[in-house]
Design a protein around this ligand. Sequence first.
Ligand code: C2E
Ligand code: MG
Ligand code: MG
Ligand code: MG
Length: 285
Amino acid sequence: QHHSWLQGQSQVFSADMLHYSTDKLTLMAELRQAIEQQQLALYVQPQVDMQSREVLAGEVFVRWRHPSRGLMTPDSFLALAEETGVIYPLTQWVLTEAIATIAQLDKAGLEGKIAVNISSQDLLQDELIDSLDILFAKYNVKPQQLILEIKEGAFAARPSQSISMMQRLHKMGVELMLDDFGTGLSSLSHLRQLPVQSVKVDCSFINDLHKSDIHTAITGAIIDMARNLGLGVIAEGVEEKEVEQKLLRMGCNRGQGFLYSRPFELSGFAVWLKHWQQQQHTKLR
Ligand code: C2E
Ligand code: MG
Ligand code: MG
Ligand code: MG
């Protein structure tokens, strides 16, 4: 059932909202309509193998083309979406677009993965499993082509329920990645109990990796730990060539950041991929 997530938003007004500014209340009402009015858009950023130069996946980020405020990034509306339950239909929309895109890329001979960010609250939504099953079948996409990025700490509020959802997702064949790793409070030993296949080192450690001894130590510890636990590791926020080279020396091959590309409109991904392949081919010759 496609609209089950919309029906899930029974909590429309809470006591907290009494203290909201008019501005916030307006934005909240507008956000509810943004999906239907097709104001949401997806941007994509490639995740690459820094050694082989292969593109491993594209991570999608939601944007809101607000009629008067212009293009808005998630920091200005995601918390609001989470507070009001709009996050469920939002995630559902993102997943639909992402899986449809995987199918389109397959058809264009550009088989690959798409990574989607999900919120802690999405993990508490039982319908998530069914709706993914439906989408995979509808678009003839393999669950292995979808990566779900979950922030470290996203399960802190309801650990057992969240982890059991992650187990179900993992059983389906979806790749689970722990996002912003290193910033939260979850201990390294806790990680062993989570059904995740990879961790993403937070950009705050990566941005200045070539200049910071502390961030080098932390990143090194995460890479070693991931290897010892048999997990994949990716670095986000790779902006400089020196950082890339250092990560490769430290044993991390997967990276993402402005060095390769800023996020751009998802509709341009196929063209970008073809251009990238051509470029690498030319460099090799
Ligand atoms: P994230 O998943 O950790 O994504 C990385 C953020 O860093 C993105 O910001 C991206 O545009 C930006 N970024 C990428 N490369 C670089 C770089 O080299 N340097 C720097 N300084 N920044 C870089 P964005 O798009 O504003 O997204 C912010 C956060 O919002 C994301 O962090 C993610 O947690 C959340 N988010 C984005 N899209 C969605 C979505 O569709 N659903 C949910 N639930 N959350 C989303
Ligand atoms: Mg992410
Ligand atoms: Mg991150
Ligand atoms: Mg982040």
